[in-house]
Design a protein. Structure first.
Length: 366
């Protein structure tokens, strides 16, 4: 999420339906300042606006307004002013700002702010920790995300599904599927119910690690736990089978999706077609392409590339060129892989004139 300076906040933009004029004026003043360079001026503005200090609800409105308008520096300055003046700053106030860092993946700042809560004797809650873990996940610091998830007991906090899912997702993005499964297993130890999001994160982590057998085991666990299986869950599972060359398993999962009324999308078909392509199952690949169209889904570059390549690997150069012609007639963008697959099909069939023609027109489609 990128932040840019926006128009002065309205009541709705500040995250409340009842913002008073004074609070709105303060927000507008903070947003106009060049922070942190004009910190002294900002402190003076706040002291003039709130000579006796703001009540906690007003502070929440100011901080929410700063967060909504991507004015994180202004929000931090407001918190600093509250501490300097010894006015109340509570858990909710800090959580608003940590959440802002979480949304932008600024994990170091989120950690710093959660540390400041302890230093200022402001109680951390599960939301504080979850937002910090989420910041680490988005910022690519999986080690710190795991460390925080593991330390909730020491903090005397009760972790929830969000705590574990964010940590699992951090491991998934880093390709640490072993760690992801370890965190996933700890959910049972902590008596936290696994949900669709936690299963999705664990399955996605194993998919990236090409652990198709574990993925299928997790799918079975979902069914036993009666956790709803979503399209994204099945897509990751099909992709895991595709990467491991298990094309029959991939097709079985597609059939399962139909049986359980789970929506198939273009990504589903792409993964299944790619699984067939890797195993030279060109007829199955073309059947899937046909079913995709019958389901009124739009094929994309990946769809056609996999189908053309499936035909090429099986020595069906006529089918490859036929599909290439369909791509030319459609609005689907062609890339180097599209041409390479078609040229390779011609090369295997010793149809060099067609190969040269494809090579000649390739620059026109880039």
């Amino acid at each position: 999420m990128s932040c840019s300076r926006v128009a002065p906040p309205t009541a709705a933009a500040a995250g409340t339906t009842a913002i008073d004029q004074r609070t709105q004026s303060v927000l507008q003043a903070l947003l106009r300042l060049n922070l942190p360079l004009q910190e002294d001026r900002a402190f003076a503005t706040l002291s003039d606006a709130f000579p006796s200090g703001p009540d906690p609800r007003t502070s929440t409105r100011v901080l929410s307004g700063c967060a909504t308008n991507c004015a994180i520096d202004a929000g931090l300055l407001f918190l600093s002013w509250l501490r300097r003046k010894k006015y109340e700053s509570n858990t909710y106030h800090y959580n608003v700002m940590i959440d802002s860092f979480s949304r932008t993946g600024r994990w170091a700042q989120a950690l710093s702010l959660s540390g400041a809560m302890e230093e200022n004797m402001v109680e951390l809650d599960t939301i504080s920790v979850n937002s910090t873990i989420s910041a680490c996940e988005k910022g690519g610091n999986w080690r710190k995300a795991v460390e925080l998830a593991n330390s909730t007991t020491l903090m005397h906090l009760e972790p929830n599904a969000i705590t574990f899912s964010a940590a699992i997702s951090a491991c998934e993005k880093a390709g640490e599927w072993h760690k992801a499964l370890h965190i996933f297993a700890k959910m049972a130890e902590s008596k936290v119910k696994k949900d669709t999001i936690s299963f999705n994160a664990a399955i996605s982590a194993c998919e990236k690690g090409s652990q198709w057998d574990i993925v299928l085991g997790l799918l079975g666990m979902m069914a036993q736990s009666r956790v709803q299986c979503a399209t994204i869950t099945c897509n990751a599972s099909i992709s895991a089978c595709e990467k491991s060359g298990k094309w029959e398993r991939a097709l079985h999962l597609c059939c399962m999706m139909v049986c359980f009324d789970i929506k198939l999308d273009t990504v589903t078909f792409n993964a299944a077609i790619s699984a067939c392509e890797k195993n030279k199952e060109w007829e199955k690949a073309l059947q899937l392409l046909s079913v995709l169209s019958k389901n009124k889904l739009e094929p994309d570059t990946i769809t056609f590339n996999s189908a053309i390549s499936a035909c090429e690997k099986a020595g069906k150069w006529e089918k490859s060129l036929q599909l290439f012609g369909v791509v030319v007639q459609s609005k689907v963008e062609m890339d180097t892989l599209t041409f390479n697959a078609a040229i390779s099909a011609c090369e295997k069939a010793a149809v060099w004139e067609s190969a040269l023609e494809l090579f000649r027109i390739m620059p026109c489609y880039k």
